[in-house]
Every structure is written in C-alpha cells, then in structure tokens.
Design a protein around this ligand. Structure first.
Ligand SMILES: C[S@@+](CC[C@H](N)C(=O)[O-])C[C@H]1O[C@@H](n2cnc3c(N)ncnc32)[C@H](O)[C@@H]1O
Length: 485
C-alpha cells in the first residue's frame, strides 16, 4: 500500500519531471501519442531515443513498461515508498508494476494508476483481478453524465478511479468489488487531488440506505459462460445480463429526488422478445423517467469474438473450444443477440414517468450528457395542457437546420428534414406546416398564434391544422428541437 505521504511525493516528482499531458505532448509529438492510443510504444520509444533525463525515465517506466536504470530516479523522494509498496521493483534496474498515465478532464488534470495496458500486440490473459485503465468505454460513460455540480455522487465499480476524476460533486463515494481496484483508485485520486470515500463491496451493498444525486457506472457486463474463470473488470457472477439489470433496478432506491443514474451496459435479446420490451420491464417498476439508447446490436458470433480477443485468447489453442462453449451457453440461455448501449434514469417522482427506449445507432455529438439532461428537462414542457402549450413562446434549439430533399429543379421538396447538430444529432421528417411553424419559433409570438398564421398561409382550417400539428410539435419539444423561450 502506498502511503498518502508517498502519493504526495510522487505527485511532486511527476510534476518536477514534466510527466504531464503537456509535457508528453511536447516531448513525444502527435504520432507517438496517437501510437500510444493504439497501444503501440514504437513511435514514443523512437522519440525518446537514448535520453535518460527524468522525464524520459518517467515515460519509459510508467508508460512504455520499460526498465530504467535506478540512477535515473535518484532524485525521486517517492522512490522508497514506491519500492516498499511494490509499485516499482528492482535494484540497479527498476521496473514499474503498474501504469501511471497523465489524464485530463474538463475539471482537472491528474494521473490514472491502473494495471499496465498490453502494448505492441502483446496478447495473453490478464490476471483475474486486472484493473483496467482509461478505456473507450470509460470515456463514453464520462460523457453520458449530464453536466452540473452534484452534491453527492456515486462511482459504482470505480476500477482505476477514472469516473471519479471526471465528476463534479461535493462528495464522491467510489466502490468496487476488487480490493486492487480500490488501491489503484486511491492512488489515482490522491495524485489527482480528488477527495473520495472509497468503499469495498458488491453493487449497492456498500451504500445501503444512502441516496445520491448522481450514480455513474460502467459495470462488468460481459455475459460469459458460467464456470469459466472471470475477469473481474468485465464479468460479474450473475448469469447473462443479471448484473446490469440489478444495477438498474436497484439504482432507483439510491437516487435522491431528481437524482440521475447513468449506465453503460449490455443486455441480452432473448426468446423473440423485442429488446425494448425487456428493458421496459426492468425500468417500469423503478418509477423513474428513463432514456435508453441501444447503440449497437451484435449477433452472438461478433460478440463472442470481441470478448475472446479482449481476454487475450485469440490465437490460443483453446480459442475454438471456448468459442463453441460460449455459443452453447447463449443457445441454452435463449440469448439470440446482445444489445450495447446507454441507460439514463432520473428520479422525478412523476406519477406517469416518461419511458423512452430507442435504437439509436447513428453518430452523436459527444459529450451527450447535456442531451440526456435536456431530455429529462423537456418532459414537463412537452406534456403541458394544450391551452398552455399553445400559449407558450418557443425557440428553436441552436444549430438546428432544415434540409430539403427533392428532385433537381422540382418546385417543392419531397422531404423536409429537421436535423440537430449537437447532442444526439436527431433528425426528423417534418410536414410543410410543422416546418413552417418551427421556422417561425423565435420566441416572439405564442405557438397558437403561429399555428393560426400558418393555417392562413396554407389556406387550411385552423382547428384541423392545430389538431394535426400538436403531437408532432410536442415530440419536437420532447426531443429538444424546440425549447421554451
Ligand atoms: C468495466 S470496469 C469499469 C471501471 C471504471 N468505472 C471505468 O469507467 O473504466 C467495471 C468495474 O466494476 C468492478 N466490479 C465488478 N463486479 C462488481 C460488483 N459486483 N460490484 C461493484 N463493482 C464491481 C470491477 O472490479 C471493475 O473495476
């Protein structure tokens, strides 16, 4: 265990060596950083050449997983503590047993301490309690969180501590089942100046009876055959997608009023039941508003290949055996496909919660956290009683564009499409009347007046037109095309 005082010393040593995001960018250059993002060390090693200054030593030790001469770290006050904690080993030549990577978020700059990422195509099964560093999934989850300052936040399954690093909260509780994860998260957060209450335990056990304004989690969602050795960072002990279900169904009880739960997960598509129905069965009893977006739907073959490769098993002698066993498990469990996506719940205490579950494989504009927040905020205005809805003034969301599609030279377009250029990047086909009304929504006149004016222009019956456009306009409000003025 690295003592707090040594974490402080390590931070000072890293800063003094220039082992920071800016320091790396300046020292290594863009191709080397891009190489490291692809888990290739070659360009970075070439950039360093034979240099043995403290910054080069830090890069070799903590990032490239190379040995460095002990003499290159003589000035480091943290070295005795690192050796005592086993985070660095050796005598004349030193090696790191973990990875320490500079990391930045909107909120702060710091370092992430995790197990070492396999570099340069090195395969092989990681240890069962492997602690993953910042992965693409980690970044995606951090981008799903609606921006804002939260009084109390829970980072469930913190791993290396990356979510806590991104959170803006007065009080952060970070939990994990894996004691090694908590130890490395303690170093990450200590180095990065984030105060968090780290607790060990499964799911919501460590926070029994507590509520949070935000829960963010990227739980272990891989649905592996039971009996196979588990990698704690990706596989729970509950069959199929039971763990993700428990995160969702159990989460509501831990949400404060207006509290939000964001989950990145996988779910099984089973027994011919539409996936959305299955997710609705999980969410309805929570009584929360919810937005679920399925980003990808994988057939069992694609899914299994991804995760066998992730476990370092591609090309190994038992690859095919495991592959077939996994397929047999899916067949026996009725798992026909796997959905991957995002779940957000908000405890609004509404009598009739809003439950929106959609396929959304299209490109989005990250970070989409604000769009999730806007979705929840739009529920109330989209449901206003009709007289109030029509008497309100509305404006179009910034960046909204109208696309007209039709044959070259045609007098009228065949399709009018309203497209968002931020958030979820939604697009919707609008009729001439709806498009004209939306175009006039500049916050000056009440919606009802605009509907009447457009009826006049189109020589339509005002009441009939109002009935026709009301639902599409409510949906445009719900989806963030139109905002209260
Ligand atoms: C996919 S990793 C996510 C890590 C980190 N939050 C991120 O965003 O990268 C899942 C984490 O959940 C932890 N975990 C596994 N089973 C758990 C459980 N039953 N309860 C709490 N955490 C668990 C793992 O140890 C791992 O750190």
């Amino acid at each position: 265990m690295l003592l707090s005082v040594d974490i402080e010393r390590l931070r000072d040593d890293l800063l003094a060596a220039g082992y920071t995001l800016d320091g790396l960018a300046e020292r290594l250059g863009q191709p080397a950083l891009a190489g490291l993002a692809r888990n290739s060390s070659v360009a970075a090693a070439r950039s360093l050449g034979a240099a043995d200054d403290p910054q080069a030593a830090a890069i070799r030790l903590w990032l490239l997983q190379q040995p460095v001469p002990a003499a290159s770290l003589t000035g480091w006050a943290s070295l005795p503590g690192l050796l005592a904690a086993g985070l660095v080993t050796g005598t004349t030549e030193l090696r790191a047993t973990v990875e320490l990577k500079p990391h930045g978020s909107d909120r702060r700059e710091g370092w992430i301490c995790s197990d070492a990422t396999p570099l340069d195509g090195l395969a092989g099964r990681p240890r069962d309690d492997f602690v993953l560093g910042a992965s693409p999934a980690s970044t995606t989850l951090s981008q799903l969180v609606p921006p804002g300052s939260y009084p109390r936040a829970l980072d469930l399954g913190t791993g290396c501590g990356i979510q806590a690093l991104h959170l803006d909260a007065d009080e952060i509780v970070a939990t994990d089942l894996n004691p090694r994860a908590l130890e490395l998260a303690r170093i990450t957060l200590g180095l990065s100046g984030v105060a968090a209450d780290l607790r060990i335990g499964s799911l919501y056990e460590p926070v029994a009876g507590e509520v949070f304004d935000l829960i963010a989690t990227n739980p272990p969602y891989v649905m592996s055959p039971p009996g196979d050795a588990r990698l704690t960072y990706r596989e729970g002990r509950i069959a199929a997608d039971g763990l993700v279900r428990q995160v969702v169904t159990g989460g509501a009880a831990h949400l404060a009023e207006h509290g939000v739960l964001t989950v990145l997960g996988n779910w099984a598509v089973t027994g011919g039941q539409p996936w959305a129905e299955r997710l609705a069965e999980w969410i309805r009893p929570t009584g929360c508003d919810a937005l679920v977006l399925q980003r990808e739907l994988l057939d069992p073959f694609e899914y299994i290949e991804i995760w066998l490769t992730d476990a370092g098993l591609a090309g190994t002698p038992d690859y095919l055996d495991r592959y077939h066993r996994w397929l047999d498990y899916f067949a026996a469990s009725g798992i026909e496909a796997v959905g991957m996506g995002w779940i957000a719940l908000r405890n609004s205490g509404r009598e009739q919660p809003e439950l929106r579950i959609e396929d959304w494989p299209h490109a989005v504009h990250q970070p989409v956290g604000a769009a999730f927040g806007d979705f929840f905020e739009a529920i109330e205005p989209s449901r206003l009683p009709t007289p109030e809805f029509l008497s309100r003034r509305w404006i179009t969301a910034s960046g909204l564009v109208q696309e007209t599609i039709g044959a070259p030279g045609a007098a009228d377009p065949q399709h009018l499409v309203l497209r968002q250029q931020s958030g979820f990047g939604r697009a919707v086909e609008a009729g001439t009347a709806v498009a004209a009304i939306v175009g006039a929504c500049d916050g000056e006149l009440p919606l009802g007046v605009l509907v009447g004016a457009v009826a006049g222009l189109l020589e339509a019956d005002p009441e009939a037109l109002r009935d026709e456009v009301l639902q599409p306009l409510r949906r445009l409000v719900a989806d963030g095309y139109l905002l209260p003025s």
